[in-house]
Design a protein around this ligand. Structure first.
Ligand code: TMP
Length: 209
């Protein structure tokens, strides 16, 4: 694919969405065609599935059901947004992608990793990110940050408890260790400006082709 696919990952309250927007500004300032999107979501169908996933009782879905719903959303997103954008040479910045399913449903939620491997092979196929930035922070700090800015909506995963979020962080670090070329772990503690500097340093090689 002629375009460049970059994903942001991490637990709750890492500042990932803020950093994605700041990176998008840098990319646009350089005149590169950009699509900014998110998961679960990015198409009306996937956004409808997102509503089911991020609201309500923390135990309303099993980890397997969550994996299937996320992959249903991802299939729509890939078909309608991500693949066409990459095919036309655009830069695609996506807030979460299949590593989130592996970390949240797999490592933290206990879903069989073989099921996730099969879903990824079939639905993502070769549309894998060139670069994944994993924003890392102590989960107690991240959850406190997330709570302080929360409006009480879309907080189903924040209410899953500290142990879940500790497994989640360990899962993301395991993903990064398994694929060090694709995944860069970014220390998400400190000021927004400090984290942005770390993000830009990690992205620069990709921006320069
Ligand atoms: P957000 O907080 O980045 O907006 O993402 C919404 C929530 O969905 C977040 O708590 C993580 C969760 N999620 C999964 O559990 N599995 C997935 O595959 C994705 C994409 C998100």
């Amino acid at each position: 694919m002629p375009g460049t696919f970059v994903t942001f990952e991490g637990g709750e309250g890492t500042g990932k969405s803020t950093q994605l927007k700041l990176l998008a500004d840098v990319i646009m300032a350089r005149g590169l065609p950009l699509v900014q999107t998110r998961e679960p979501g990015g198409t009306p169908e996937a956004e409808a599935l997102r509503t089911l996933l991020v609201n309500g009782d923390p135990g309303r879905w099993t980890a397997e059901a969550e994996a299937l719903l996320n992959y249903a959303a991802r299939a729509s997103h890939l078909q309608k947004i991500i693949r066409p954008a990459l095919a036309s040479g655009k830069f695609v910045l996506c807030d979460r992608f299949s590593d989130s399913t592996r970390a949240y449903q797999g490592y933290a939620g206990g879903c069989d990793l073989k099921l996730l491997d099969a879903l990824e092979a079939s639905i993502v196929g070769r549309t894998r990110p060139a670069l994944t930035l994993i924003l890392d922070i102590d989960p107690a700090m991240g959850l406190a940050r997330a709570k302080s800015r929360a409006d009480g909506s879309e907080d189903r995963y924040e209410r899953k408890g500290l142990k879940f979020h500790q497994r989640l962080r360990a899962g993301f670090l395991q993903i990064a260790a398994a694929e060090p070329k694709r995944c860069k772990v970014i220390d998400a503690s400190g000021s927004i400006g400090e984290v942005t500097a770390r993000v830009l340093a990690a992205v620069e090689p990709v921006l320069n082709g």
